[in-house]
Design a protein around this ligand. Structure first.
Ligand SMILES: [Zn+2]
Length: 80
């Protein structure tokens, strides 16, 4: 198993979710997420945040909602 490690996975997570990383990194991170529950949670929250913000931006851009999501994100991160 060529696990890339939590540090790298989390550093590249944002790019990974935007599919902007190269294929090798992408594979490394996908593999890490499969084997690491902590980073998988992180990825799920980050993906949800991205989707919620994207959806919110199509309508209005409610600062309140954004703050709520960010607070939730920090709460999840704090548990790791
Ligand atoms: Zn990890």
């Amino acid at each position: 198993m060529t696990d890339c490690g939590c540090e790298k996975a989390r550093r590249d997570l944002e790019e990974y979710l935007r599919n902007e990383v190269c294929k090798t990194q992408h594979t490394d991170i996908a593999e890490h997420l499969e084997n690491c529950a902590g980073c998988r949670d992180e990825a799920l929250v980050a993906r949800t945040l991205t989707e919620v913000v994207a959806r919110a931006c199509k309508e209005t851009a409610p600062e309140e909602l954004r703050d709520q999501v960010l607070a939730k994100l920090r709460a999840v991160q704090a548990t790791h």
